[in-house]
Structures are given as structure tokens and as C-alpha cells.
Design a protein around this ligand. Structure first.
Ligand SMILES: COc1ccc(S(=O)(=O)N2Cc3cc(C#N)ccc3N(Cc3cncn3C)C[C@H]2Cc2ccccc2)cc1
Ligand SMILES: [Zn+2]
Length: 322
């Protein structure tokens, strides 16, 4: 049965996420093993945004997360016996915090793993193979902050690398000299926000660059001349929210764009209308709608991309967040 896509089809999206982990025999399930931990965080957070956290079994989820802990390094892999990576370590922490199960963690060992990835330049690597990216700096700051261990971080070194990535357009790239991209703008703004260093940002120039991401069809792209994509709704909106400039874009047109990317048959949200939905775009589309104040959705914190009430309870929402 197909539905109109001018409203959010919440029951359909809840069942889409519930069914994700069920069909274990098809190929896609095994091809995405390297994403499993992230996908659980994306699915769980999308359900929380729709106020249906109970749709996935809590104990089974916590047991899976802990089965991916790598005793040797102290980090989490995306799948049991996979190498620890900072991306899956943050997702694991976010899942445990969301499920109020942070007590299952050996916090000292996890903190040691995260800090071991900081490079002499100040940037973080994703794992022991050494790929660096400002995304990993944000992930380290976010994770340490959720664990209440920001005091263990060399803040000056972390901030100095991010500031060296600032471009003439006010945006940020994945490393020094890389071009500005909405995903990297988000991670650098969010890291600087958590570290209370928003003064390092050229707000007028960056706010203009972010507003320029909106296209005539209402969708947002990640860089000039690129196509609109639902996931940029969150990266751009969350950045504008931290800079207190959400009014720079047309919210109604963006809401319509995200709603038009829903799959009215099987549920889920795609990167743009007519494409295959996936859990990544379902999560970031839902989070974008939450930031836009879509009725009936739970507030998502723009910095941590987790339920705002949860971040508030951890004392991590500073006064400057609306
Ligand atoms: C479908 O080809 C891909 C390509 C890459 C990846 S990925 O490297 O693992 N990854 C996560 C991701 C997950 C899904 C889902 N389910 C879908 C896409 C997608 N992308 C790709 C994408 C999204 N918008 C446009 N593009 C091209 C982002 C990427 C990087 C990323 C990882 C974690 C957090 C944020 C961003 C996965 C699938
Ligand atoms: Zn996308």
C-alpha cells in the first residue's frame, strides 16, 4: 500500500528499522558487517527520534556491542573479531549511553585507546593503520566528553589542528589544505563547540557558505555544484544551529524535500527522492526533521546527534544551545 509523502510515515519507518537486522541470509547483511556498529547507532537513534526506542531488544543490543570490544586495544570493532576503530568505538559508547548501560564499559581502557590515536600534529587517526581525518578528531572529543573524560585530552593540540583546516570560505576540510565539505564543517564546528572554542570560527563567512548549500528544490548539498542529499540536512542544519543561524535557510522547503525522500512502500528515507532508502539516511533525515521542529519528533542535540534530554542529563548541554 503506498502513502502520500507530504507527512512523516512514522509507523512505516519503525517497521523498516525493526526488519533491518532480520534477513541475515541476504548478501547485503554480510557486505555491511564493517558498518554494523554504526548501523545499530543510526537505527536506535532514529527510533528514539520517533519515540519508539522499545522497537529493538535492549539486552540483545548491549550484548552485541560488548561482543565487539577488543580487550587487547581497549577499542570497539564494527563486528566481533574486527579490528578496533574510533568510528565503531564512538557508536558503541553512544549506544550504551542511549541504553543507560555505560556501566558495562571499562572506561579507563576505552579512554586509553582513544588518546592513543592522537597524532603529533594534534589530529586523530581512525585506527592503528593511521588514516587521519578531522572526523576522527570530533569523534575523539565527542566520545571523551560522553565518558566525562575531556580533562584527559590535550585540548590546545586538538584545537590547533582543526583551526589549521579552516579555509578562506570559512569552512573546514578533512585535513590541512583539503577543500570545505559540509560533513567536515559539522565535525569541526561540533568539536570546537564541545571544547567551548567557537571563537575560532569565522561565523559570518561560514554561515553564508552553509546557507548557500540550499538548492531551488529545497534540498541541501555538501559542496558547491553538488547534488542535494538528505544527509546534508543534518550536517548543515546542525552547524547552522551551533552558529545560531538556522533562519538563514528555508525550513519549510527543506522539510518537504526530506519527506519526499521517504520510501512510501517499504519505509525508510533515501538520499533523495526515488533512490533506495538506507538506515544512514533514515537516521540523518529524521535528525534533520527534529532540528527543523517537525511536529511529534523527539528533540535531537545538534552537537552529539543524540536525544537532547539525554545530553542535558549528562550536563553536556551548555547554556549556548537553544
Ligand atoms: C552506498 O555507498 C556507501 C559509501 C560509503 C559508505 S561509508 O563510508 O560507510 N559511510 C556511511 C554510509 C552509510 C550508508 C548506509 N546505510 C550509506 C551511505 C554512507 N555514506 C556514503 C554517502 C552518504 N551520502 C552520500 N554518500 C556517498 C557515508 C559514508 C561516510 C560516513 C561514515 C560514518 C558517518 C558519516 C559518514 C557506505 C556506503
Ligand atoms: Zn547522503
Amino acid at each position: 500500500m503506498s502513502h502520500e509523502t507530504n507527512t512523516l510515515l512514522i509507523p512505516l519507518h519503525v517497521s523498516y528499522i525493526e526488519n533491518l537486522g532480520k534477513n541475515k541470509n541476504d548478501l547485503i547483511y554480510h557486505l555491511t558487517a564493517h558498518l554494523r556498529m554504526n548501523a545499530i547507532y543510526w537505527g536506535l537513534t532514529a527510533l528514539c527520534t520517533m519515540n519508539h526506542r522499545e522497537a529493538l531488544d535492549r539486552d540483545e543490543m548491549i550484548d552485541y556491542v560488548m561482543s565487539c570490544w577488543d580487550e587487547e586495544t581497549g577499542g570497539f570493532g564494527a563486528h566481533p573479531d574486527h579490528d578496533a576503530h574510533i568510528l565503531s568505538t564512538l557508536s558503541a559508547i553512544q549506544i550504551l549511553v542511549t541504553q543507560d548501560a555505560i556501566g558495562r564499559l571499562d572506561i579507563d581502557r576505552v579512554v586509553k585507546f582513544i588518546l592513543s590515536l592522537q597524532q603529533p600534529s594534534g589530529v586523530f587517526a581512525g585506527d592503528s593503520f593511521g588514516e587521519i581525518d578531522t572526523r576522527f578528531s570530533y569523534i575523539a572529543v565527542n566520545a571523551l566528553s560522553l565518558l566525562g573524560r575531556l580533562g584527559d585530552l590535550n585540548v590546545e593540540k586538538t584545537v590547533s589542528y582543526i583551526v589549521q583546516c579552516r579555509n578562506f570560505d570559512g569552512g573546514f576540510g578533512s585535513r590541512i589544505g583539503a577543500e570545505s565539505h559540509a560533513g567536515q564543517v559539522f565535525v569541526c564546528c561540533a568539536a570546537l563547540t564541545i571544547l567551548d572554542r567557537l571563537d575560532e570560527i569565522d561565523t559570518p563567512t561560514l554561515s553564508w557558505w552553509l546557507a548557500e548549500r540550499q538548492l531551488p528544490n529545497g534540498g541541501l548539498n555538501g559542496r558547491p555544484e553538488k547534488l542535494e542529499d538528505v544527509c546534508y540536512s543534518f550536517w548543515v542544519l546542525a552547524s547552522l544551529s551551533m552558529l545560531k543561524k538556522v533562519h538563514y535557510i528555508d525550513s519549510d522547503k527543506l522539510i518537504s524535500f526530506i519527506l519526499s525522500a521517504q520510501d512510501p512502500e517499504g519505509g525508510g528515507i533515501a538520499d533523495r527522492p526515488g533512490d533506495m532508502p538506507d538506515v544512514f539516511h533514515t537516521h540523518f533525515g529524521m535528525a534533520g526533521l527534529s532540528l527543523l521542529g517537525y511536529p511529534g519528533l523527539v528533540d535531537i542535540d545538534p552537537v552529539y546527534c543524540m536525544p537532547a534530554a539525554l545530553i542535558e542529563n549528562l550536563g553536556l548541554r551548555k547554556g549556548w544551545q537553544s
